[in-house]
Design a protein around this ligand. Structure first.
Ligand SMILES: NC(=O)c1ccc[n+]([C@@H]2O[C@H](COP(=O)([O-])OP(=O)(O)OC[C@H]3O[C@@H](n4cnc5c(N)ncnc54)[C@H](OP(=O)(O)O)[C@@H]3O)[C@@H](O)[C@H]2O)c1
Length: 249
């Protein structure tokens, strides 16, 4: 992927991995637009990176995805990269699913439905652009799941599958499809649970991970996995069974 002169939309780019990617992309001379639900987080991001453009958008809502497409392609005619990064993670216990279904459904809507719908909306536009790309965020959990987050892991496996098939379908267009697979990165993802598990600071710093991602994009690696995520991605069936046991004692 060409790493400068792009116009890049990052969903959920105000915090964590998305923000760190925004930082790296801006430093490399790209125009970056981020969106998210919380205006205060977008403002904090903008205060740290004044070159950012921000937009309040809840990607769980189909109407807001459409509005995002309309607005961003009107304001940024050269938009050529979509990063499907926005995500949430829930602890789910099948023996105790006592919350309203909407709570569980939201995880599927944000993490799976939104990237599918956004990709379908942006592909016709991206087809007209030079050096176009879609970057999907999956996870090392796509390959070996953690039982605490069963729905999340299943969705990330689906994002991996989707990335393979989408890349195939886009093979004769100018749109490149990258899949980024983080290991455990220190972010606000599922913060409440991280606090409970006393693991707020366990994992890789976001900047260390996104520096690795940038190098992978530069090399044109379709799948970019770091640390534990790479170990899970490349494990044999037998190794993945052993890893599953270790991760789920
Ligand atoms: N951190 C890890 O260990 C890890 C590992 C593997 C994969 N990932 C993936 O990496 C991606 C980024 O996560 P992160 O770790 O950087 O977590 P994060 O800091 O919590 O970032 C997620 C971002 O998504 C936004 N978001 C959530 N729901 C949204 C919605 N409905 N509409 C628009 N924006 C929404 C959040 O902002 P608002 O709440 O303001 O909307 C937030 O800025 C996710 O896809 C995650 O699954 C993370």
């Amino acid at each position: 992927m060409l790493l400068s002169g792009n116009t890049i939309l990052i969903t959920g780019g105000a915090t964590g991995i998305g923000f760190s990617l925004a930082e790296q992309f801006i430093a490399l001379g790209n125009e970056v637009i981020i969106c998210g639900r919380r205006e205060e987080k977008l403002n904090e991001a903008k205060a740290k990176l004044p070159k950012l453009t921000t937009r309040v958008c809840d990607v769980a809502k189909p109407t807001e995805r459409l509005a995002l497409l309309e607005w961003v392609t009107k304001e940024f005619k050269n938009l050529n990269v979509l990063v499907n990064n926005a995500g949430i993670q829930r602890d789910v216990d099948f023996l105790n699913m006592d919350k309203d279904w909407s709570y569980y459904a939201e995880e599927i809507t944000v993490n799976l439905e939104a990237p599918i719908h956004l990709s379908s909306l942006f592909i016709p536009y991206l087809q007209q652009q030079k050096n176009a790309a879609i970057i999907n965020l999956s996870s090392g959990f796509a390959f070996v799941p953690k039982a605490t987050f069963p729905v999340y892991c299943a969705i990330k496996a689906a994002i991996h599958s989707l990335s393979l098939t989408m890349r195939y379908q886009l093979r004769n267009t100018g749109i490149e499809l990258y899949e980024v697979m983080p290991p455990n990165v220190i972010t606000e993802l599922n913060l409440e649970s991280r606090i409970k598990r006393n693991s707020v600071n366990s994992g890789v710093p976001a900047a260390e991970f996104t520096e690795f991602v940038i190098k992978g994009l530069e090399r044109g690696d379709w799948e970019i996995a770091y640390g534990m995520a790479e170990e899970r991605r490349t494990s044999s069936h037998e190794q993945s069974i052993e890893l599953f046991k270790k991760m789920n004692p």
